[in-house]
Design a protein. Structure first.
Length: 272
């Protein structure tokens, strides 16, 4: 079953690359030397994943991913070219050589790693529970109780997890994340289950002692996606990411855009 799924993913990726006009095999990605010689680094950024990527008032793509890639381009001594990508086409763009690397919550998974290469993690995303000091929950399993009211955005993926794993809890559905955070701040609910990093900006709008449970449901590690076999670029990026973690620059960029510290810091590791 697993082998069949892997083969299906590979076939889908190859088909997607073909949709972007690639020939029977993808064009070779630019090596590190070719990128430097061109004077331009082409990076794929998804502008629908604020604050990783979003449009500003001038219709320019800004965000954490852009700031990070700008710093990478500076370290290379080249200019940054931001290429707009969406979730469905970001891996095909890398596989076909349209871009040098891609960002946008690129969680490292074994299935994706069959198609593209990954760098060291740039950041994490915590799928966990946000609550306040008014509660005494320790783990997410404590929320499976009729005394608990989960406040969630209607139609989002975490609702499936709650239905399967917290069937006893009450669920208050609202239209957007600002409303969910406001309801928690006002005490109209007890907790929210989601990727908590992305609500830091809304949390800062309320004078509440917020708390993220120390036991998350999962932690996603997100790196840069590069074309399979492009070792010269991948290896250099790994060294650069290590330095940016060691100097605290990535953490500073994260605080600037998310309004909070990374809930599960990547830490510094020199290993690929």
């Amino acid at each position: 079953m697993v082998r069949k799924l892997i083969l299906t993913l590979i076939v889908m990726a190859v088909a997607s690359v073909g949709a972007f006009g690639a020939a029977s095999q993808a064009a070779l990605a630019r090596s590190l030397e070719e990128i430097i010689a061109s004077g331009t680094l082409r990076v794929g950024v998804n502008p629908t994943l604020a604050p990783l990527g979003t449009y500003n008032d001038q219709n320019e793509i800004v965000g954490f991913d852009v700031d990070f890639s700008t710093r990478i381009a500076e370290m290379l001594g080249v200019e940054l070219e931001v290429v707009t990508v969406g979730s469905p086409d970001r891996i095909p763009f890398v596989a076909s050589g349209e871009i040098d690397y891609v960002m946008g919550a690129m969680t490292r998974t074994p299935a994706r790693a069959l198609i593209i290469d990954y760098t060291l993690p740039v950041h994490t995303e915590v799928f966990g529970v946000l609550t306040t000091d008014a509660t005494d929950y320790v783990t997410w399993q404590d929320l499976n109780s009729p005394d608990v009211t989960m406040v969630q955005v209607r139609g989002t993926t975490p609702l499936n997890f709650i239905e399967a794993n917290m069937p006893e809890a009450e669920v208050l559905l609202l239209d957007n994340y600002p409303d969910v955070i406001r309801a928690l701040a006002q005490g109209r609910g007890d907790a929210m289950l989601d990727v908590v990093d992305f609500v830091g900006e809304h949390m800062n709008n309320h004078d509440v002692a917020w708390r993220v449970l120390e036991t998350p449901v999962d932690i996603y590690y997100c790196g840069l996606g590069v074309q399979k076999g492009n070792s010269t670029l991948r290896d250099w990026l790994n060294v650069a990411i290590f330095e940016l973690h060691r100097d605290g620059e990535i953490d500073e960029m994260w605080r600037n855009w998310f309004g909070v510290d990374m809930f599960a810091p990547v830490g510094v590791t020199p290993y690929f």
